[in-house]
Write a protein that binds this ligand. Structure first.
Ligand code: ZN
Length: 245
């Protein structure tokens, strides 16, 4: 993973400091949450699958769950499960930002990060159990090729959000997931600078208690600087994957 310079970091720090305090949450309906998630997912899905195949180490069949939980969080769990809280959509300024979050969690799956953490396995078993118990009506979108995230899924996951807070990855894994996310967005022709806005939002949220994502993901100027470095490399290589250590 690329390193960034002190100059990159201080630029990002200045940007976050000038961005104007904590971000604001939008009011969105359940329908809009599902629509935005579905639309973002359908734009990145084929390139994401292609990246996963090229990596050839991870899980490339994903199941998506939209959660009622309003905290700014998302997670990747065993068996290809990807969880996105409605809080992500509430804080996102546009669909590109939501696509970044989904692509990041796909990155964890594609790089097989979940299998490397015992604790994550245990959490995943718990998440799976809760979902299976609650999500009878959501069976239709368990098909691996489906881009459907149904309304029933938004309703079913009310109690699962807390479990995401116990999924954790190393700093290096987080950087790799961001790198893969940037490759996926690049190959999906998604505006990387627009998507990047979510990292600024997360950095602005750093001071707030309710932001569960900040316990499980690196936030702040460091992550933005890492993202910028990755994007520069990816643009230069026209969307290529780096050699893996
Ligand atoms: Zn992550």
């Amino acid at each position: 993973m690329p390193q960034f310079s002190g100059g990159n970091l201080s630029l990002a720090q200045t940007e976050v400091a000038g961005a104007g305090g904590p971000p604001t949450r939008r009011v969105v309906s359940d329908e809009e949450v599902v629509e935005v998630l579905q639309s973002a997912l359908s734009r990145i899905r084929p390139p994401a699958y292609q990246v996963c195949r090229e990596m050839n180490v991870g899980v490339c069949e994903w199941k998506f769950r939209a959660m009622k939980d309003r905290s700014l969080n998302a997670g990747a769990a065993p068996n290809g499960l990807i969880i996105v809280n409605r809080g992500i959509v509430e804080y996102a300024a546009n669909e590109e930002e939501v696509a970044l979050v989904i692509a990041h969690e796909i990155g964890h799956q594609a790089a097989n990060h979940i299998a490397t953490g015992q604790r994550n396995q245990a959490v995943g078993a718990l998440v799976g159990a809760i979902l299976l118990g609650a999500a009878g009506a959501a069976a239709s979108y368990r098909s691996p090729n489906s881009t459907q995230i149904t309304r029933s899924a938004v309703d079913a996951g009310a109690n699962v959000g807390g479990a995401i807070g116990r999924i954790s990855f190393s700093k290096e894994q987080e950087r790799e997931a961001d790198y893969l996310a940037a490759v996926i967005l690049y190959r999906s022709n998604i505006d990387l600078d627009k998507a990047r806005g979510f990292l600024v939002t997360m950095a602005r949220a750093s001071g707030r208690k309710e932001t569960g994502m900040l316990d499980t993901h690196p936030a702040g100027p460091e992550r933005i600087a890492g993202w910028d470095r990755a994007v520069a490399e990816i643009r230069a290589s026209n969307g290529g994957l780096p050699q893996r250590a």
